[in-house]
Write a protein that binds this ligand. Structure first.
Ligand SMILES: [Fe+2]
Ligand SMILES: [Fe+2]
Length: 373
């Protein structure tokens, strides 16, 4: 039987429902010789009724991974490794290195005094800082100091390098990139900086100081690069904004108090392919379930609790990373009755929205919450 003879019959009018006969099987074999095939033999497979993600829900627990991430410091140098990163593998994905959907993620570690060489690529990247002091990133000559829970962009095509000051402590951060998407589109270029380093050309943290002021943009500020000029979104003002917003809203039934990181020049997503949000689950909050297209990688910035994804419970606590695949039912629960919990979320919503593929649905039974499987 050839690879094209997998006929997924479904007894539905208008969908492929052809019985194999010796004549048809011979016909299919003839078509193969000419690098062709009969669509009705594969239509039900290549055009599902609804999205069927190959990614599965996973929690990557920081308690399990942290020691192994730190081990890599003794085993390889940043120079030899290029980037000393432990990547997160979704066991459902056999085709690419993805944490979920078309999003790659990893945990990068650097010791004080270490520096990774400058490079650029077509893939866009974000960083979410987990621990350590003294880390900095340089993006197109803009140096940014990095603190815990800061969110940093290295948009596609920008030169970037990372380092930790000699006076700092070991630093770990989450990387998130659209590498699988850009590779699927066969559009990825990668280039090492000719000097292996880039000069700092602006005052430290200038882009956040220029573009990160609430409700204010610089007079005469000119920016039209397709990504946010605010390369770093710091944790303190983000948390303050959420706390303030929480006093003025009931929040979303599905997400609690959620705010999007935006490009201040467009109010749109920070980059063309990836968006990000921070949401606060108030003490004791248990959201309603919904599902939508797009892939979502959550990072627990604060607190602990659990999420129910496609009927299964996944517990999480601070620094854990978990994913919600496209079109999976999900709801979130803050495990504390006194403290809020905050979830950072990296997603491919800008792609879904710009291609007209975004779709969302609320869970209609059981008062909006999934029964546990
Ligand atoms: Fe990079
Ligand atoms: Fe959601």
């Amino acid at each position: 039987m050839s690879r094209f003879h997998e006929n997924h019959r479904e007894d539905v009018a208008g969908r492929a429902n052809v019985e194999d006969t010796p004549e048809l099987l011979a016909y299919y074999d003839d078509l193969i010789k000419y690098e062709a095939g009969a669509l009705w033999t594969v239509a039900n497979k290549i055009e599902p009724w609804e999205p069927k993600s190959e990614s599965v829900p996973v929690v990557w627990r920081y308690n399990d991974l942290r020691a192994h991430v730190l081990r890599s410091v003794d085993l390889v140098t940043p120079e030899k490794a290029g980037r000393r990163v432990i990547y997160l593998n979704n066991p459902g994905r056999q085709d690419v290195h993805a944490a979920v959907g078309w999003i790659y993620a990893g945990l990068q570690v650097m010791n004080p005094g270490e520096r990774a060489s400058a490079h650029r690529h077509s893939a866009s990247a974000i960083r979410f800082i987990m621990e350590g002091t003294g880390a900095y990133t340089v993006v197109d000559g803009h140096k940014m100091t990095l603190g815990r829970n800061d969110f940093v962009l290295t948009p596609n095509g920008t030169w970037h390098e990372h380092a930790v000051e000699a006076s700092g402590t070991p630093c770990i951060w989450q990387d998130g990139l659209d590498i699988p998407l850009v590779n699927a589109l066969e559009a990825n270029f990668y280039e090492v900086h000719p000097d292996l380093s880039e000069p700092v050309a602006f005052p430290v943290d200038d882009m956040t100081k220029t573009w990160g002021n609430p409700g204010l943009t610089p007079s005469g500020g000119d920016w039209n690069n397709g990504y946010s000029p605010m390369f770093k979104y710091e944790w303190e003002p983000t948390y303050d904004a959420l706390a303030k917003y929480a006093t003025a809203t009931d929040g979303s039934p599905f997400d609690g108090v959620m705010m999007e990181y935006v490009n201040p020049t467009t109010n749109g997503p920070v980059m063309k392919t990836m968006g990000a949000s921070m949401q606060m689950l108030r003490p004791g909050e248990h959201t309603k379930a919904h599902r939508h297209t797009g892939s979502y990688l959550y990072h627990v910035a604060k607190g602990s609790g659990h999420s129910i994804i496609n009927g299964k419970r996944f517990d999480w606590s601070e620094r854990d990373i978990f994913c919600v695949p496209s079109w999976a039912w999900h709801e979130h629960v803050n495990g504390s009755s006194t403290q809020d919990a905050c979830l950072f979320c990296l997603n491919d919503l800008p792609v879904m929205r710009s291609l007209g593929l975004y779709r969302e649905e609320a869970f209609g039974e059981n008062n909006g919450n999934q029964p546990l499987l």
